[in-house]
Design a protein around this ligand. Structure first.
Ligand SMILES: [Zn+2]
Length: 240
């Protein structure tokens, strides 16, 4: 809800002072390679359940993150975090409403986060739905989690219902050293569904998970058994 409002405010302010701030980008191509695969698989699955997902934002340059941080905050609050005083003076908007972000270090800037809301016809007009309790939002949350996303809707301290992220140290493959508990859980569940093994779905990537990944890779005809899931194997693992 609060993000919906802040995007609206941003629209109104545009043209006035936003000349140097990169605009909101919702292109999945801008995401990390693995996150892009996860998103595309999840979006297909969401659509197959009769829900029309709207990708609101993907990659966010740091400058845009700084701009969002300035919304709902004072100049002093922002310069204390390292934002330059000229930037804070230009963009701080302490009375502008709720804060659209809690951090300067968003996973969006690392190309590993995406905001998704449902959209549908309301009063003859396609409308984005910014309501965490909406049944379509709940389908999106459940499905994004199935593919390894952490859902901001489940955060205790700052509920961010359209936000989904894969916060972790990985670039092109997932393996025992490069994964997140959410990704590992999703991969373990998918491996079990493919009857590659009977893994305990605990989000911990140990030797049994590596072994199951290698069994799966062998079934798929890969010659190497590195215990890794790259973008191609990820697609194959979650293929319907
Ligand atoms: Zn987000």
């Amino acid at each position: 809800m609060q993000q919906g409002r802040s995007y609206l405010m941003e629209k109104r302010r545009k043209g006035k002072r936003m000349n140097n701030i990169p605009e909101r980008n919702n292109n999945p191509q801008e995401l990390n390679k693995l996150v892009k695969v996860m998103l595309e698989l999840a979006l297909d699955d969401i659509r197959s359940q009769g829900v029309n997902p709207l990708v609101v934002e993907t990659y966010r340059p740091q400058e845009r993150q700084n701009y969002l941080y300035c919304q709902g905050r004072t100049i002093a609050e922002c310069t204390a975090k390292g934002i330059s005083s000229s930037f804070a003076k230009a963009y701080c908007n302490p009375n502008g409403g709720k804060k659209p972000t809690k951090t300067l270090n968003s996973v969006h800037t690392a190309r590993k986060a995406v905001d998704v809301v449902p959209q549908r016809i309301v009063n003859k007009k396609m409308t984005a739905i910014w309501n965490v309790n909406d049944p379509h939002t709940q389908i999106i949350i459940k499905t994004m989690q199935k593919y390894g996303f952490e859902a901001g809707a489940n955060w205790d301290n700052f509920v961010d219902s359209p936000h989904f992220q894969v916060k972790g140290d990985f670039t092109a493959v997932f393996d025992a050293k490069h994964t997140t508990p959410y990704v590992t859980k999703a991969i373990q569940t998918a491996l079990n569904e493919r009857k590659c093994n009977n893994l305990t779905v605990d989000g911990k990537w140990g030797p049994a998970t590596t072994e199951a990944v290698n069994v799966f890779r062998k079934c798929q005809g890969y010659k190497t058994a590195l215990g890794q899931i790259g973008s191609e194997a990820l697609n194959a693992l979650f293929a319907k």
